[in-house]
Design a binder for this molecule. Sequence first.
Ligand SMILES: Cc1cc2nc3c(=O)[nH]c(=O)nc-3n(C[C@H](O)[C@H](O)[C@H](O)COP(=O)(O)OP(=O)(O)OC[C@H]3O[C@@H](n4cnc5c(N)ncnc54)[C@H](O)[C@@H]3O)c2cc1C
Length: 491
Amino acid sequence: MTMTTSRPEAAGLDGFQPDIIAVGAGTAGLILAYSAAEAGARVLLLEKTDRIGGTLYISSGMFSAGGTKRQRERGIEDSPDEHFADIIRISRDTVNRELVRRYVDIAPALVDWLQDNGFEFEESCPVIIYGHEPYSKPRTYWGAENGRSLLKLFKRLLEPYFASGQVRVVLNAPAEQLVMEDDRVVGVVAGGREYRAPAVVLTTGGYANSPELFARFTGGRRLVSIGNLASTGDGIVLGEQVGAQIVGSQYFLPTFGGIEDPDQPGRVYASGPDEWDINARLVPQTRLPWEIWVNQHGERFIREDEESVDNRERVLLQQPDMRFWVVFDDRILDESPPLILRWPAEELRAKAKEGRFVLAAETLADLAAKMDVPAAALERTVNAYNAALERGAPDPLGRAHRPLPIVQPPFYAIKQQGIVLRTWTGLRADRELRIVRPDGTPIAGLYGAGEVLGAATFSGDSFCGGMSIGPALAFGRELGKRLAQQLVGVG
Ligand SMILES: Cc1cc2nc3c(=O)[nH]c(=O)nc-3n(C[C@H](O)[C@H](O)[C@H](O)COP(=O)(O)OP(=O)(O)OC[C@H]3O[C@@H](n4cnc5c(N)ncnc54)[C@H](O)[C@@H]3O)c2cc1C
């Protein structure tokens, strides 16, 4: 199926000969197609699903840049140098310095361009976000409708090119193989059909929905994912088949806390397929903890008001199955601000009656049995927490915020899992975003942008806020323009 407007409709390619094929019509692929088309190139987007947009449907869509017009309008002084220094600090200098340096330099122009094109920024941004290790300056931006605001803009910008046929999309066309001639990539086989172009760009995203690749790149860990369903790492496999180097598999951090869906093991529970909306609030800068967290041994493993999300995620990595339980009692349920915004106290009690997402029991021993943790250990842990609080003694793990002991039945427990929304490993690219072999030589005709390059390239051994969406956009935009200039010589 091909499409010549943003509405999918059947049509032939009618001898269309693209200058560029982008494999994957998501975050990087769409902006790449637009900037290449604007610079005069004909672009073919091959998309494996029945819609364009990729992870933009579900992504929070946050990106970071230092030195933007929007910051200046709000009196925030910032610069690419400061952004770069923060990324080096947060990642402990484990990123690909060359590509991160390039990113911070081109990111402000990306954000200004979004603004000039009527992007609907969420009103408050830029701000400092605490869901990841915070930057030192407010430099994180996102759309009023999160990732969908970006998709809305790209659809609007691309519409004239879809209408004129300069950019074409083939839906339901999963790329299965790269076509090689004389050591050069000259095309793609997708949906059983061969497509050719002088430049092929892999914009297929990560592997957040591939349990197999995730296990392969994390030493056998089990995946619990909120990633886009189509993120199965296809581009990484395609690149590997033609000799590309794989990078980043030494790094992985889970995102701190999500509820696994009992009906879909391995997937995070949400109200719908493109949603990520049912979360326990575990960031102390947003909501101070009233509960305790215990692992599968029935033991606390970190002070729950630990401010560093990096510390929290690193400690979670060490817990059995990357799992923990949020444990509290009936009085905490009544008196604390909602733990899960979508499940205020009465809703949470109803869930406890169902016994699928929320466990409840009249005694800690019965609760422990439902959680499958040793009862004696859970009792010891709760008693130690309560005893220190009642004596006015320091918390055993140094926690400062202890509003109430856990004494009033029923007792509750909600299982939390270290979850995955983006993935670390990917194809190595050089400064020009050419995909390279282990010896550093580029594979002619093959390029990459977005998460296919591995989140570790831009975040190293950490989560740097906005450093997946941002590089996907900025490098998609830069690469589209550069390839167009090289291939058609205008723009
Ligand atoms: C819940 C959630 C929240 C997130 N929040 C943020 C955030 O706030 N900030 C941030 O920086 N990052 C965030 N991320 C990560 C970020 O959204 C992604 O890294 C980014 O959108 C990936 O862009 P991409 O272009 O590489 O891939 P995608 O946008 O996933 O696009 C890839 C496209 O390729 C298609 N495709 C895949 N395989 C094939 C194939 N074989 N043939 C043809 N097409 C194929 C897919 O269908 C898809 O359309 C979040 C991710 C999730 C899941």
